[in-house]
Design a protein around this ligand. Sequence first.
Ligand SMILES: [Fe+2]
Length: 257
Amino acid sequence: MEYECREERYVSLRAIISDIHANLEALQAVLADIESQGIKEIYCLGDIVGYGPNPRECIDLVMPCNVCLLGNHDQGALFDPEGFNKGAEEAIFWTRNVLEQGGPGSEKRWEFLGELPRMHREDKQLYVHGSARNPLNEYVFPEDIYNQRKMERIFALVDQTCFQGHTHIPGVFTEDLNFYAPEEIDFKYQLGKQKVLVNVGSVGQPRNGVPQSSYVILDGDWVYFRRVDYDYETTAQKIFAIPELDNFLGERLREGR
Ligand SMILES: [Fe+2]
């Protein structure tokens, strides 16, 4: 799938990434894909750490992003983790230990994480990790289109477009309660008058059935869904070698689940 530059662009051109989860191989592959298209502006919707084996390296790579939000796993590493399953919680404690070990850049990383905002608003666009209603923790899954009450309340808080992550499942939710996976819309969607929620998918732990990283490019009023190959086997092997990280966290990368 090739991203085609359109001549009438330059209204805004940015990459939006989310849910890196300390997966260095995935983040490097996505940043290379972004760079190869001449895109300079990157927004990150949170969950830089948690689950994966390279929290320090990933924080360092994300720091220069133009906008970066706090995710629930980032918050878990900063404070007491709440509401996580056992594997996720153990990964958060391991992550905190790694970040607390000190060494070069340690203080700067804590400071960076500690100052991340929970949302970002720009014109009629909202950027959150989870949802407009609960930026840090609420999941908006594809099946929520059948939960009219929930969706109406969330859409009421959105002026036009809300970019979000958290579920690791990319796609577009429309105000008339449809969900479109990227492959159903040829990996692109034109923003119009209708309000939409755009889930950008996950860089470091895809759960949409493909073992590739997801992110989006916003080019004017077009959203392009990208998929990027990365060396998930290397990441999985690193996870297997760390006793505190559940092996399942490596196995799931092979299938994107
Ligand atoms: Fe996440």
